[in-house]
Design a protein. Structure first.
Length: 322
């Protein structure tokens, strides 16, 4: 019962990084982490008994293969996902305290636990928003090579990445299609990171960055409106509203391309059902079947134009205007 939250506390306190930097004794770790030495010692004893950390001598700790995953610079970014003071960690706390409320009412557990919605929480706490943007960029960065290889993007004149965060996915697609131009659309505080990303990648002249909500009318002129892992954040009503905005901006012959997990009887089912509960707790969102996605599209005035499965159990869903 306590193991998951104990690991999260160690990740939040950056215990692995402090040990890696040479602060191996309980006294040194308590000073570095600003914690009570006795309480920290009890936490470390608990985790050492489970081989999360090593304890060669009483009160002196080392890293194991498990705790190395908690190093801040580890490629898995595990520490960032487990950090209870970051966006993902707060969603996990909402899951612990709010899943019962969500199941009973169908309403987000996050609001019940923290008193505000997830998006209001991000708006009120810039450091929380920063952690969310970094995490989403990491997710999109892992997806990006698959998406970039999944279709001939070079045939597209302009791509609008709607809700594209700091532009990790759009950058990968534009690198694969050197004559294609891109538009990044997200909230003003988020797309600032996109401007910096594109400038660093040498893509500034091929991109434009627009700070706005995707519930407002979208900029026209793109051949593809890309929505990567956006719809699962929202309930059906809000998802249809987002898709309608894409349909309104879509030119004749254009496509809406959605990147999402698709719930099916396949190897990804277990992970998809876990994400489904996470979406319920965090914002009343959901993972969907292909049939459910098709129904959303139809309500927004779109019809199916193809599906491409990706190795990561995500899919590209292609839709065109009816």
């Amino acid at each position: 019962m306590f193991t998951p939250v104990a690991v999260r506390v160690a990740a939040t306190l950056r215990v692995a990084d402090h040990i890696d930097a040479g602060f191996r004794t309980l006294e040194a770790l308590a000073e570095r982490t600003g914690t009570d030495p006795d309480a920290l010692g009890r936490l470390m004893r608990f985790l050492a008994c489970r081989d999360v950390f090593g304890e060669d001598r009483p009160g002196e700790y080392g890293l194991t293969a498990t705790s190395r995953l908690l190093l801040d610079g580890h490629p898995s970014r595990m520490r960032h996902w487990l950090d209870l003071e970051g966006a993902s960690g707060r969603i996990d706390l909402a899951a612990c305290g709010g899943l019962l409320h969500a199941v009973r009412t169908g309403e987000p557990g996050y609001d019940a636990v923290f008193g505000v919605s997830f998006w209001e929480d991000l708006e009120a706490h810039p450091e929380l928003a920063d952690s969310f943007n970094v995490q989403m960029a990491a997710v999109q960065g892992r997806l990006a090579p698959e998406v970039a290889r999944a279709r001939p993007w070079h045939e597209v004149r302009r791509i609008a990445d709607i809700g594209g965060g700091t532009g990790a996915l759009l950058e990968a697609v534009l690198r694969a299609a050197p004559d294609t131009r891109g538009t990044l659309v997200d909230l003003p505080g988020t797309v600032e990171g996109g401007s910096k990303r594109f400038a660093a990648a040498g893509l500034a002249e091929r991109t434009e960055v627009i700070g706005q909500s995707f519930f407002d009318p979208l900029p026209a002129g793109a051949d593809v409106y890309l929505l990567s892992q956006i719809l699962h954040d929202w309930d059906d009503e809000k998802s249809v509203a987002i898709l309608r905005r894409c349909a309104e901006a879509l030119p004749e012959g254009g496509r809406v391309v959605v990147v999402e997990r698709v719930v099916a009887e396949d190897a990804g089912k277990q992970l998809n059902t876990e994400y489904d509960l996470r979406m319920l707790v965090f914002n009343k969102g959901r993972e969907r079947t292909l049939e459910e996605f098709t129904a959303l599209a139809a309500e927004a005035g779109l019809r199916p134009a193809g599906v491409t499965a990706l190795p990561s159990h995500h899919s590209l869903l292609f839709w065109e205007r009816v």
